[in-house]
Ligand binder design. Structure first.
Ligand code: HPA
Length: 358
């Protein structure tokens, strides 16, 4: 498994000079073409087809997931070469929670389409970006915008940025999302700290770790019974209480569905029967991938709408409501995360990593 503290695998890889060479402080990628960084589709064309040996270690990726450690390392090095801090905490900003990334101080921004090998957004005008800087004086990296299964990406591609962040040295992932509230005790505007998830697409064979396993990231069969770190959850709850937010902080089980349609009444009733408290279309691929490579995860859902389980209710779920609730709660959520980050750093990062600059 990768050890982000000394990045052994990374160093070994750099020594081997296999796919990347450092030239003038820049990672020159063997996939680079005409001086420009090749983007996703080109990468697929250029990576040798390993169909004949799909069990080959992922030096060049594999037929299922071409993002090998070497390729992802080029994305990570591209970012590291352009920043002089070394964040250990990453935050994925869910729908309506993007203003958190705007609150980052001393920021350096990386539009996804400028990072080598990053997926290209399917949503015009919403390309998304990585924002590196400080929150509460702690170095962080924020993903403003993520990749969803419903956009047509396979799950390993949705989760690709997590491995890039691992290679950057990230140890703690905070993944946020918007979700429909199924638990009848929940109110719109509540914040649910995830204690567990149900990976519904996984039941049908859609999983972020499908394909040959690269042991350098993690084990073939990673456990998920402690997906959401108990200590991080306890700290998040404590911070919420200190801020007087206990009235709207919950903890519960999140179900990941593929979307993009909202759920039918029958689907929601089924989910409730199996103990789901909130339902959404993200987070789980990223958390599974993060756990696979040894990151500790904390996740919370903003309950943006009530999941309707009654045939007589005329109201319908809508993206507008999701966005509107996100805007209404953004100040509270920003305050929560800005208080949480320094506490996390103080209690869960070694002293020398709390404020890491190059
Ligand atoms: N269902 C699925 N995803 C969601 C919902 C919902 O009700 N609200 C926000 N994301």
């Amino acid at each position: 498994m990768l050890d982000s503290r000394n990045n052994n695998t990374l160093k070994e890889h750099a020594k081997s000079g296999s796919a990347c060479n450092i030239v003038d402080g820049e990672m020159m990628c063997s996939l680079k073409k005409n001086g420009s960084v090749c983007k996703d589709d080109e990468m697929f064309k250029k990576i040798p087809n390993l169909a004949a040996d799909s069990s080959a270690p992922a030096k060049h990726g594999n037929v299922t997931n071409p993002y090998s450690l070497e390729v992802l390392n080029e994305s990570a090095q591209y970012i590291l070469n352009r920043i002089n801090i070394r964040p250990r905490i990453a935050i994925i900003c869910g729908s309506g929670l993007g203003t958190l990334a705007d609150a980052v101080e001393d920021k350096v921004e990386f539009p996804y389409n400028e990072i080598p090998h990053f997926p290209v957004s399917t949503v015009p005008g919403h390309a998304g970006k990585l924002v590196v800087g400080h929150l509460g004086q702690v170095p962080v990296v924020c993903m403003k915008g993520r990749f969803h299964f419903y956009e047509g990406y396979p799950l390993w591609k949705c989760a690709m940025p997590v491995r890039v962040m691992k290679l950057m040295g990230i140890e703690i992932l905070i993944a946020t999302n918007a979700a429909g509230g199924l638990n009848p005790d929940y109110n719109v505007g509540d914040v649910m700290i995830l204690k567990d998830h149900v990976n519904f697409p996984g039941f049908a064979g859609h999983h972020a770790l499908t394909g040959p396993n690269d042991d350098r990231f993690g084990t073939r069969f990673p456990p998920m019974n402690q997906a959401y770190d108990k200590n991080l959850r306890a700290l998040a709850k404590q911070v919420a209480e200190e801020l007087g937010m206990e009235d709207f902080i919950r903890d519960g089980v999140y179900a990941f569905l593929g979307g993009p349609s909202f759920e039918t009444v029958a689907e929601l009733r089924l989910l409730r029967m199996v103990g789901v408290d909130a339902v959404g279309m993200s987070t789980v691929p990223e958390v599974i991938t993060a756990r696979h490579c040894g990151m500790r995860c904390l996740s919370f859902s903003l309950i943006t709408n009530e999941a309707i389980t009654d045939y007589d209710v005329e109201a319908e779920a809508s993206h507008e409501e999701v966005v509107e609730t996100g805007m209404r709660r953004q100040e509270d959520l920003n305050k929560f995360v800005q208080h949480l980050i320094p506490c996390l750093a103080r209690e869960h990062l070694p002293k020398h990593e709390r404020s890491v600059s190059e």
